[in-house]
Design a protein around this ligand. Sequence first.
Ligand code: SF4
Length: 444
Amino acid sequence: MASVAFHTLGCKVNHYETEAIWQLFKEAGYTQTADENPADVYVINTCTVTNTGDKKSRQVIRRSIRNNPDAVICVTGCYAQTSSAEIMDIPGVDIVVGTQDRKKMIGYIEEFKQTREPKNAVGNIMKTRTYEELDVPAFRDRTRASLKIQEGCNNFCTFCIIPWAKGLLRSREPEQVLQQAKQLVEAGYKEIVLTGIHTAGYGEDFKDYNFAKLLQQLEEVEGIKRLRISSIEASQITDEVIQVVKNSNKIVNHFHIPLQAGSDTVLKRMRRKYTTQFYKERVAKLKQIFPDLAITTDVIVGFPGETEDEFQETYAFIEEMGYSELHVFPYSKRTGTPAARRDDQVDDNVKQARVQKLIALSQQLAKQYASSFENEVVEVIPEEEVKDDSGMFVGYTSNYLKVRVPATKEMVGQIVKAKITRAGYPESEAEFVRVIDHDAKQFV
Ligand code: SF4
């Protein structure tokens, strides 16, 4: 039986897609091997979000070639899409597939085994208008299931290469999304995380259907206990979405709303589609629905031209919003984007100092948010056992607090009531209260 090893760089979507590609190999009779054992085929799912992403991708490709020089080396993903010729030039690379046509990968491998002819199968992603169906029926060691609902993005923010790597926005057919959701519920998942590249842009390419309507239909899928949106832009929190959220029993009280900058002048240079005022208003509407709302966000520090005053605006805005966690990224050039061509790049030392300030602020805000749940009874889905024989498990609440709670293996993936005894960040501690049976009955 032939074996395959996977290597995934970059974001959650890439990890999701590797799982989907693995399903294709599994159906073709392959076994999966860890990277240390030589495999017959290596699939490297690359990232190109920054120039560093490219460099890391090249390193991993070379390492796989060294591991087994006789293996078939197949490179896919975003870096493969944007720079296929560069990858083909690495001696030992056999097949390059971009961010489409992954279903053809195994056919290319078979062909290569016969002909030994390297193949560059990357096409023009900008011409692709349909969503490529790739199923992931189950995830290894996970209690939360990702469900990909769309691909690509039409926004062209000035720092981002993604539209060039993933193509323009295309949404998955609602029937397919709903069918996959039902399949995940049948596989035992209580929580579904809607993912994509520009997730809540879902439906922008449809005539009479949109993201709010999809949420409404998912609400009706029996068995889903928690519905999480991996990321939603402020501009996508429409009144219609707010209405669905308000009437929902499943959409969780946690939203990841990318901010990138809390200064209107920086947002404009980034070509983001909102102002801080608009962002604030949308969050206020969500807070009316969920007084205990958790908002997490991404921030880019040191975007070209960012002055000290602009950084201070960002800092103050973040403080005011009271995020429950920040993901802070120093601006990193991506060749081919308008921002990388600007000649007002921020000095690295200045950038690093600002990053440190925001990381400290994130810690402070996260602790503050978590502390408001001390002595509260919350619902946790235990995910995995802590490896110290203490009988403790870690899991997440609906508002994404990471909680350590005494539990058993049988409770993994179930909803458990727990009382937070010590609120903290990155983890809170809780005592076990009881299990809530997934069929809505309760038992001790
Ligand atoms: S919204 Fe902007 S940052 Fe996000 S994927 Fe699209 S272009 Fe990139």
